[in-house]
Design a protein around this ligand. Sequence first.
Ligand code: AP5
Length: 224
Amino acid sequence: MKVVMIGPPGAGKGTQAKKLADRFDMRHLSSGDILRAERSSGTALGNKVAEYMDAGKLVPDDIMVDVMAKTLTSGGDRVLLDGFPRTVLQAEALDSRLQESGQSLDAVIIIDAAQDVIVDRITGRRICPACGKVYHVKNMPPEKPGICDACGEKLVQRQDDTEEAVKKRLEAYKNLTAPVVKYYRSSSEGDNNGLRIIEVDGNKPPEDVGRELLAELESLESSE
Ligand code: AP5
């Protein structure tokens, strides 16, 4: 099963993707996590991508396609892509990469949320630098404020989780990523290739969003 997850920053992609990947035994490939790992390893590529990320801009397509192609080809068939593709060019590159190996996408999950909800979620998000668990100061607080429930590490805020950067990220979503949704809609309607489009309302509580996605993927899996 190959699934892509698309949505604006803070829509809840990472929160849902981790759970679905565990439940359906898929590799969770988050382009943001992959880039953050690259930057924390201090490589020349990592330093370059950090500038784009902190400014709320997308990393250029050529870099992104290379980074993701490397990761995609190094594992099994069951993959949940979170945050990639994020431009039409990336979507086309992914399609041709899959076609070369006789594969295709099974589903595209679209999670959307309102702008005020997004800004509140992003500015309240805290993450564990050790295990990656994601919290929100109000919506999903840890048991002890500022401390990870899972591993006891001190929680931190992402460098691009400022109100200013979020507004730029939303702008990038509207201009560059919303067309990817259109691209997949027309490809699912055009040739009967079995691509399923799954849309969920990310404004709802995380448990409700999770339940809807679980039901959709269970139905997808049983139809394969
Ligand atoms: P990336 O890390 O992918 O960030 P993003 O897309 O902006 O998404 P977020 O991680 O901010 O949000 P999310 O939807 O995962 O929300 P989450 O579940 O954490 O990318 C970062 C940067 O890397 C980009 O800006 C770009 O520079 C670069 N990049 C990455 N991919 C790229 C690509 N393909 N091409 C070019 N550049 C690329 O939830 C957010 C908060 O809300 C959390 O605190 C959570 O606890 C809470 N929450 C989640 N769901 C709910 C809910 N239903 N109700 C209440 N609270 C909730």
